[in-house]
Design a protein. Structure first.
Length: 305
């Protein structure tokens, strides 16, 4: 729904998805629904699998090779495997942490050259109020040490807190002259198909939950606000000049909100930043190098001879 609303605005929208065929069918459905408006939807589909860091690198290389500006990057995809046992990606990372944090972090960093060309530009990370109960151990982001008992709730909330922490450090490392702002946003409690890959009994229980607030259409409002409102960059600038320890966070009411107390833990945020770069295969000075126009080699996506 978010992509449809952006497309209807006349913007060129790229949907980076795991299943391109399904995306094309959805776009055709949107086109049929909006045919009376007389405006064709300007939506392009590209393949991207967040459970594969190689896939992310290939996508970023393909997009950057166009030498086109990127004005807004919306990291919207996420998973919450409710009640499911712990699972790991083929890259060896806990799936919530990879899909909700590591993959968007890698994509955001690798697309900095295009975001610079599109300056003023924005990175919008769709987060969750669940980050308020999250806790991140930078030395145990896979939750395998035994210090904490794994649950899907722990995996999800930790990944969302890690995203806020990483976004805060990225915002600090981007100089004002780069014209790139990083924003986390909460869509609220939205009735989506997040449980689509879970067992049928879990899906049935999920759809019976009584406290959903927003439909998918309503749930996209705060993300669209963060991506388009002209005052958002000004707000980000004020936070940076005041040396506020966390990045801008927009609530489901489209208002500035304060992230969790743990998100304000700067030492831990710095450790999460360093560990994340290590996990996604990038050097510690990657942001500075990309801002200088230098090439950066990622451990993933390297073609085997």
């Amino acid at each position: 729904m978010l992509d449809m609303q952006l497309a209807e605005s006349g913007a060129h929208v790229v949907m980076a998805v795991r299943k391109p065929k399904a995306a094309h069918e959805l776009i055709q459905k949107w086109q049929n629904e909006s045919s009376g408006m007389g405006l064709p939807l300007n939506v392009e589909v590209m393949e991207l699998d967040l459970l594969s860091l190689d896939s992310i690198v290939r996508f970023a290389e393909a997009w950057n090779a166009r030498l086109a500006p990127l004005h807004v990057l919306i990291n919207n995809a996420g998973i919450f495997s409710i009640g499911e046992p712990q699972r790991f990606s083929k890259d060896g990372y806990e799936e919530h942490m990879q899909v909700n944090h590591l993959a968007p972090a890698l994509l955001s960093i690798l697309l900095l050259p295009s975001l610079i060309r599109g300056s003023p530009s924005r990175i919008i990370n769709v987060n969750s109020v669940m980050h308020y109960i999250g806790f991140v151990d930078p030395e145990d982001m896979n939750v395998v040490s035994g210090r904490r008992k794994y649950s899907s709730m722990l995996g999800y909330s930790s990944s969302k807190l890690a995203q806020v922490m990483f976004s805060s450090i990225l915002q600090k490392r981007l100089p004002a002259e780069a014209g790139i702002n990083v924003v986390c946003v909460s869509p609220g409690i939205v009735h989506t198909n997040v449980a689509r890959d879970l067992p049928r009994i879990v899906q049935a229980a999920y759809h019976l939950i009584p406290y959903f607030i927003f439909s998918p259409q309503e749930g996209s409002r705060s993300t669209l606000f963060a991506a388009t409102d002209p005052q958002v960059p000004e707000y980000c600038g004020v936070l940076k000049s005041d040396e506020w320890p966390v990045c801008a966070f927009i609530s489901h009411e489209c208002r500035p909100a304060n992230p969790s107390e743990e998100a304000h833990n700067v030492p831990t945020s710095n450790k999460v930043w360093e560990k994340t770069l290590e996990m996604i295969g990038l050097p510690s000075d990657v942001v500075e190098k990309l801002l200088e126009g230098e090439q950066v080699q990622c451990r993933y996506g390297i073609k085997q001879e």
